[in-house]
Design a protein around this ligand. Structure first.
Ligand code: ADP
Ligand code: MG
Length: 377
C-alpha cells in the first residue's frame, strides 16, 4: 500500500496540465538553416510543454540546437514548421503586432547581447525599461534596487568598459528582467559569474518564478545551478533527448520505493523507471486490459483497486502499490486475464519497449520481478 503522506492527487493533477496553464507549448517543431544545397535541418520533431512558473534548465552539447530553440520561443526567429504557442498564442505565421506584444512579456538574457558602450549600467537597464513603456519614476528605484542586489551598487554609473566580464553579465541580467517579464529566456547566464553572483542570480530567478509565476528557461552547462530546476531538458543533435520533471521524478521514486517490486532497485535504475512512467486514469468499470488481447503496457496501481477476471469470473482484487500486465510482456503471450477498474483508478504505466529496456538493463529488476511473482503464487 502506498503511504498517505505522498500527495498522489497533486501528482495526478500536475501530470496533464490544462492548456491554459502552459506558457510554452511546442508541437513537432522543425528548423532549417540555409537554402537549396546548403539547407540543413537543425531541429527535429521537438515537443515541449512548460507550465507557468516552471524553472527549466536545458543542457546539451554545443551545436545541438539549444539557442535555435530558445530564439524560436523568444520570437527572435520565425517558426518554419510545427506549432509553437507562447501564452496560448501561435507563432506559426504570427503577425507583427502579436510579436510586439509577446516580446514585452519576454525577458532575454543572451551572452552575446552587447551592452551599449556609451551608456552606464543604469542607463543600459533604463533603456530596456523604457522600450516596454515602464513609467520612469518606478523604473528608477526598480533599477537601482536590482543592480544593488546583483552586487553592482557601486557600479551603477559606470560604463561597460570599466566593468569586468561578470559585472557586464549582471547588467545584462538586470536589463533582461527589469520590466517584469512573464517568461525569461537565458542563454548561459551564469557562465561568466563566480559562485556567489551565480547563486544570487538563480535565487532571483526562483523568487520571480514563485512570487510572480514567471516561467524561466535557462540554457546552461553550469551544474552549480541544477538544484533550482523544476525540469531538466537535454538536447542532442536537434532533438529533445530527455525531459525530466525533477520533483515528479522524486515523488515517483518515493512511490516506487514503497512497492516491493522496485524496493531493491539501485537508485539509478529507479529514477530511470520513474522518468519513463506515464500516468493513466480509468473510470469505474473500465477494462484496463482484456483477456486474449496482445499486451503492450505494464501497470502499477497508484490509486484505487482493480478486479482480475479470468473468463469473466472475478478471481482477485489488486490495490494501490500492486502491479499487473507483466506476464504477457515477459512471455510475449496474449493477456491471460481481464483487469477491470473497481473504482477511480490511476495507474503508472510503462510501454512494452520501456519495460523490456529496463528488464534488459537491470538484472536486479528481473530478479525482483521473479521474486515478487514467486511470492504472489
Ligand atoms: P547550441 O546553442 O546548442 O550550441 P545552435 O542552435 O546555436 O546550437 O546551433 C545548432 C546548429 O545550427 C549548429 O549546427 C549550428 O552550426 C547551426 N546554426 C546555428 N545558427 C545558424 C545560422 N544562423 N545559420 C546557419 N547555421 C546555423
Ligand atoms: Mg548556444
Amino acid at each position: 500500500m502506498i503511504s498517505q503522506n505522498i500527495d498522489l492527487n497533486q501528482l495526478i493533477a500536475q501530470w496533464h496540465p490544462e492548456p491554459s496553464e502552459l506558457s510554452i507549448s511546442a508541437d513537432d517543431v522543425q528548423h532549417f538553416y540555409g537554402l537549396g544545397e546548403a539547407r540543413k535541418q537543425v531541429l527535429f520533431d521537438n515537443d515541449l510543454q512548460i507550465r507557468a512558473g516552471e524553472i527549466v534548465i536545458m543542457t546539451g552539447p554545443s551545436g545541438s540546437g539549444k539557442t535555435t530553440l530558445l530564439t524560436l520561443i523568444g520570437t527572435l526567429r520565425s517558426l518554419q514548421q510545427g506549432s509553437l504557442k507562447i501564452f496560448g498564442r501561435e507563432l506559426l505565421h504570427v503577425d507583427q503586432p502579436t510579436v510586439g506584444a509577446l516580446r514585452k512579456e519576454i525577458g532575454f538574457i543572451f551572452q552575446s547581447h552587447n551592452l551599449f558602450e556609451s551608456l552606464t549600467s543604469y542607463q543600459n537597464v533604463k533603456m530596456a525599461a523604457e522600450l516596454v513603456g515602464m513609467d520612469s519614476s518606478r523604473s528608477r528605484t526598480e533599477i537601482e534596487r536590482m543592480l544593488t542586489r546583483l552586487g553592482l551598487g557601486h557600479r551603477i554609473h559606470y560604463k561597460p568598459k570599466s566593468l569586468s566580464g561578470g559585472q557586464k553579465q549582471r547588467v545584462a541580467i538586470a536589463r533582461g528582467i527589469v520590466h517584469g517579464p512573464k517568461l525569461i529566456l537565458a542563454d548561459e547566464p551564469t557562465a561568466a559569474l563566480d559562485a556567489d553572483s551565480g547563486r544570487e542570480v538563480v535565487t532571483m530567478f526562483q523568487e520571480l518564478a514563485r512570487e510572480h509565476r514567471c516561467t524561466i528557461l535557462i540554457v546552461t552547462h553550469d551544474n552549480r545551478i541544477l538544484d533550482v530546476a523544476d525540469r531538466i531538458i537535454s538536447m542532442v543533435d536537434g532533438r529533445i533527448r530527455s525531459n525530466v520533471l525533477v520533483q515528479r521524478t522524486a515523488i515517483m521514486c518515493k512511490i516506487l520505493q514503497e512497492i516491493p517490486l522496485f524496493q531493491n532497485l539501485p537508485p539509478r535504475v529507479l529514477s530511470q523507471v520513474a522518468d519513463k512512467m506515464d500516468l493513466k486514469r480509468f473510470a469505474p468499470g473500465t477494462d484496463i486490459i482484456r483477456q486474449g488481447e496482445i499486451g503492450d503496457e505494464f501497470f502499477v496501481i497508484g490509486k484505487g483497486s482493480v478486479d482480475i477476471l479470468i473468463d469473466e469470473k472475478p478471481t482477485t482484487v489488486l490495490q494501490a502499490g500492486e502491479f499487473f500486465g507483466e506476464v504477457s510482456l515477459l512471455k510475449k503471450q496474449p493477456r491471460n486475464a481481464t483487469v477491470r477498474a473497481r473504482d477511480e483508478v490511476a495507474c503508472f504505466v510503462l510501454t512494452d519497449e520501456e519495460f523490456q529496456e529496463i528488464v534488459k538493463a537491470s538484472t536486479t529488476f528481473e530478479e525482483e520481478l521473479r521474486r515478487v511473482l514467486f511470492e504472489r503464487q
